[in-house]
Write a protein that binds this ligand. Sequence first.
Ligand code: FAD
Ligand code: SIN
Length: 523
Amino acid sequence: MKKEFDFLIIGSGIAGLSYALKVAAYGKVGLVSKTVLDETNTAYAQGGISSVTYEPDSFKKHVHDTLIAGDGLCNVHAVDKVVSNAPEQINQLLSWGINFDKNKDGKFDLHREGGHSEHRILHHKDNTGAEIQRALIKEVRGHSNITLMEHHFAVEIITQHHLGRVTEPWMQDIECYGAYVLNKKTGEILTILAKTTLMATGGIGSVYQTTTNPLIATGDGIAMVFRAKGIIENMEFVQFHPTSLYNLSERPSFLITEAMRGFGGILKRNNGEEFMHEYDERGCLAPRDIVARAIDNELKNRGDEFVYLDVTHKPAEEIRQHFPNIYKKCLSFGIDITKQMIPVVPAAHYLCGGIKVDLKARSSIQQLYAVGECSSTGLHGANRLASNSLIEAVVFADAAAQDAISVIKNIELNHKIPDWNDDGTVNPEEMILITQSNKEVEQIMSKYVGIVRSNIRLTRAYDRLEVLHRETETLYQNSKVSQKICELRNKINVGYLIIKMARKRKESRGLHYNVDFPDKLMY
Ligand code: FAD
Ligand code: SIN
């Protein structure tokens, strides 16, 4: 079956939904989401969204903090764009009914996180993402021009190469006409034709064993664009959040927001000693790559399974008021955080690289935009400043929307695209192969391509993944298309890209820390 839209959107997080609301007045919008609309990284965000709001904060300070975290690899134009457009996009979020907490004076209650020189994080308690997701879903559901397709899994984008119609020198001679999308309820693969397509598929955390990301974060968009030969960059920069709740039986790992350290939380060894000042003069509020590596070092040196985050010195009522969800979650495991320390470990959290885009969010493939965590705008460089990703997504969704609206009248749908040909036969009992390979990918990535890397570990990871790649491609060719086999394939593609780019970077920089390049090693 064919479907046709002016704007196709793959993904229902902050990137996809805010873009949908901006383009919907200009044409028919189709939005696909692989499960339900609110199963997204966005919905899990805790800390908040950064924007300069009041003095003494300034754009200059926010730019400076972002560049310092990015360790020399940020695109200054992207940084300027996000920082200076943030206040306007915050107003846009407010106009869509999103509530950010205010203090008694009616001013926004701003939090501070690692690497920020000022309090500049707008938040909704400790579940900012859920609040953003709630309000955006309410808005899109009420829009008559937006067709929402939940439980629809994008399998591949539809492209043609070598047409000789390149519009910008850095772009490729490839055009995108929409996507092949699996309707999970009927098993049918739809041919969705679109004048423009937006990739907004989010992160890759599920490639790792321990992650704060929901398990849908399998890097599908990045893998699809990679297979279509689009440009992918900076994949070696995977951010590990220093503090997820230590609980071996839970995947994804529950995040303990960095705002808790901004609030005064202190990292401690099992014997109660503080340790962060031994690694960085900024202590517990050093950028998160430094904190994550310090914790990793503590765990390896001491043979401990976790360190503690301690807020027991803060007033109990304030803890419950600022962090109600964390309080409840920990209490469900028998930990009263007003009286007891929280056991924490680092977990894969955020990908700084992805589908390369320009300042209009255009990918190297014509008529294909990418926004949000799957994209690489240059904002984050080698390391992301906390709470800079939600704001990046809305600013770049706005840029993509403006560009797509301006070009749409000159683009025709390509009606010559054939339907998907699926003649695979492999039965569901082969699920064991997929389950086992998934576990192997996650282990390889966590053990060899984690917070601390080395050449030998990266080579081993590459060799092991190559075997899995070969096996999985054969299985895929012979299988009926399913979400499971596609996600495994995507995870292997993403793992391959991370390893390949990590091996190519002959230095330690930002989030990429290789003990064989000790020039910038800190301990
Ligand atoms: P997502 O919100 O992840 O949405 C991706 C969408 O793509 C989903 O709807 C998914 O179903 C869909 N999708 C994926 N693949 C397919 C496919 N093949 N077919 C169809 N649909 C597909 N950032 C901050 O700035 N501040 C924070 O406080 C913060 N806290 C965080 C806390 C946690 C626990 C996590 C995990 C992340 C946090 N982040 C935070 C990061 C931030 O939440 C994400 O980077 C951001 O929400 C990504 O938004 P997105 O729209 O790009 O993708
Ligand atoms: C957090 O709340 O610590 C996460 C913030 C982020 O990832 O930006």
